[in-house]
Design a protein around this ligand. Structure first.
Ligand SMILES: NC(=O)C1=CN([C@@H]2O[C@H](COP(=O)(O)OP(=O)(O)OC[C@H]3O[C@@H](n4cnc5c(N)ncnc54)[C@H](O)[C@@H]3O)[C@@H](O)[C@H]2O)C=CC1
Ligand SMILES: O=C(O)C1=N[C@H](C(=O)O)C[C@H](O)C1
Length: 267
C-alpha cells in the first residue's frame, strides 16, 4: 500500500477544524498526524471531536508539530490575524499549505506562490471549498458578460470575523475579469445611513449580512432591461466543504506553486 499523506490540521478545535479532523480520519489515503490550536494544549483530540484519534493530543506549537510529525500537508482554518505567519512557517519547513482561512491580499498570494516554487512544493488557498460555491462563481462570471449590472449579498453566521467573505471577494475578482469597470446605480444617489449601498469593488456593490442561524450563503443578483437573474449558493452545514478539502490535500502533492481557488484544481 502507498504511503498515506501526513496531514496536520491547524485551528483543529474550531468549527471547520473539527470537521476537517473527521474528514481526514475518514479518508484511507490521508493520515492525521497533528492537531494544532492555540488552546487545549495536551487535551485528547478525541475528547473534543468525539472521534477516536489513537491518543492524538492537541498542541499549541505549530513549528514543533510540523517538524516532529514530518507532515506533508498543513490544513489551516484559523483566522485572518494568524494565517500569514502559519503559511510562512509551513513553507519554511517544506510542508504544503492547504488554506481555507480568508483575509489575505493578492500580493501576499503572489509572494507565497514564489516561495512555494522556490521550496519545490505546492499550496492551495481556497476561499470556498464547496463545489456548489465554485459553480456559483463560475456561472456568475459567465452571466456578467451579458448582464454587467451586478450586486452581491453574502450571508453568514454572526461569529464570522471578516467582511466581505472571501467567497464574495473571489466572485468579484472573477466577474471583474469578464466586464469593464463601470459605475452602477444613479450618479446622484446618496446614503441617508452610511454604508447603505454596501462596499464598492470596481463599481459592483457587496453587502454582508451576519446573523445567527446562517452557515454560509451568497446571492449574485444581475439586473437587465425588464429582468433580474439571481444565482444563489447555500452551504447548510460544514460537511459541504469537506470533499474539496480532502481533494486539495491529495492534489497539492502533485504540483509546485500556490493555487488560488479550487476551480484551478477542478476545471
Ligand atoms: N475556505 C472555506 O471553504 C471556508 C473557510 N472558512 C474560514 O476558515 C476560518 C475559520 O473558520 P471557523 O472554523 O468558522 O472559525 P473558528 O473560530 O470556529 O475556528 C478557528 C480556530 O482557530 C484557532 N486559532 C486561532 N488562532 C490560532 C493560532 N494562532 N494557532 C492555532 N490555532 C488558532 C481558534 O482557537 C479556533 O479553534 C475563517 O477564516 C473562515 O472564514 C470557513 C468555512 C469554509
Ligand atoms: O467564515 C465562514 O464561515 C466562511 N468563510 C469563507 C468565506 O469567507 O467565504 C467560506 C464560506 O463562505 C464560509
Amino acid at each position: 500500500m502507498a504511503d498515506r499523506i501526513r496531514v496536520v490540521v491547524v485551528g483543529a478545535k474550531g468549527r471547520m477544524g473539527r470537521e476537517t479532523v473527521k474528514a481526514v480520519l475518514n479518508d484511507p489515503e490521508l493520515e492525521l498526524v497533528g492537531a494544532v490550536d492555540r488552546s487545549l494544549n495536551g487535551v485528547l483530540v478525541a475528547e473534543v471531536t468525539g472521534v477516536e484519534t489513537g491518543g492524538l493530543q492537541f498542541s499549541n506549537d505549530l513549528d514543533k508539530t510540523l517538524l516532529e510529525t514530518k507532515a506533508d500537508v498543513m490544513v489551516d482554518f484559523t483566522n485572518p490575524a494568524v494565517i500569514k505567519g502559519n503559511i510562512d512557517t509551513a513553507i519554511q519547513y517544506g510542508v504544503r499549505p492547504v488554506v481555507g482561512t480568508t483575509g489575505m491580499t493578492p500580493e501576499e498570494i503572489a509572494a507565497w506562490d514564489e516561495s512555494c516554487k522556490e521550496r519545490g512544493i505546492g499550496g492551495v488557498i481556497a476561499p470556498n471549498f464547496a463545489i456548489g460555491a465554485i459553480l456559483m462563481m463560475r456561472f456568475a462570471a459567465e452571466a456578467a458578460r451579458f448582464l454587467p449590472h451586478v450586486e452581491i449579498i453574502e450571508m453568514h453566521h454572526d461569529q464570522k470575523l471578516d467582511a466581505p467573505s472571501g467567497t464574495a471577494i473571489k466572485t468579484l475578482e472573477l466577474i471583474a475579469k469578464e466586464r469593464e469597470k463601470m459605475g452602477q446605480g444613479h450618479p446622484d444617489e446618496h446614503e441617508s445611513i452610511a454604508g447603505s449601498r454596501g462596499g464598492d469593488y470596481e463599481g459592483m456593490r457587496v453587502h454582508s449580512v451576519r446573523l445567527p442561524g446562517y452557515v454560509a450563503h451568497q446571492q449574485v443578483i444581475f439586473g437587465g432591461l425588464g429582468q433580474t437573474l439571481t444565482i444563489r449558493h447555500d452551504s447548510i452545514n460544514r460537511e459541504s466543504f469537506m470533499p474539496g478539502v480532502v481533494m486539495s490535500c491529495k492534489e497539492v502533492m502533485k504540483y509546485e506553486g500556490m493555487v488560488y481557488g479550487l476551480e484551478n484544481l477542478l476545471f
